[in-house]
Design a binder for this molecule. Sequence first.
Ligand SMILES: [Zn+2]
Length: 270
Amino acid sequence: MAEAFLTRRSGFSAARHFHIPSMTGDEAERTYGHTGAHGHDYLIDLTIRGAIDPVTGMVENLDTMKEVLRREVADHLDAVFLNRDIPFFGKNAPTLENLALYVHRRLESRYGEALHAVALAEEEDYRVELRAGREEMYVTRTYRFCAGHRLHRPELSDEENRACFGKCNNPNGHGHNYRLEITVAGGVDERTGKVCRAGDLDDVARREVIDYLDHRNLNEDIEEFRDLNPTAENIARVAWERLGERPGGAALYRVRVYETDRNVADYYGR
Ligand SMILES: [Zn+2]
């Protein structure tokens, strides 16, 4: 059946702390980073699916989506202290994952089968997503590095190289400010409220990819690119292979590389 997907963004700000009765202070620090009372601006993307109405040309009126987001999310969660004001977070750690589960449940009661995805971002570099029909939650962390490269293949003539790689074929090389997203997938641990510890994923990502590639000449300095063209696709693939199957403790799902804001490659290694 043909169908369309419609996404509407909304936001709210909420406060929380991580004092978990069954955890020592040290364990909580390791699990959550900052445990004291603090707040975040959250961004939510609600995606619904359905047939396009033949008269209005819409899946749903955006004003209705706006109203549902206001009633079910913003009015309910904006300017609250999650642990104290929302009973669910008296029992469950107020992690981004649990907040996404909570918001998803409220929106599901309104949309049922039409609810396709709920994505929630806590800051620019930390985002989780729940999708219809998938048990696992997707957790994405974003990192940045700078590196130089030259796209050039000896099998091709100089003219073919220029035609194929354009500016990236410049004989003396050039650089990019790369953005790299790592997405892992898994169930939310009942005790910690997390798919994996963000700090553990960050440690692996920095050691294996970011520190390894940052401020390098990819062609000259990086073993993997001795005979492999350092395109965004191949950078994503090398990152995938170096990260291993479960970086930080959850299954690797996708590596995404932005060479520029307008040029992005995704790699799925399985
Ligand atoms: Zn380039």
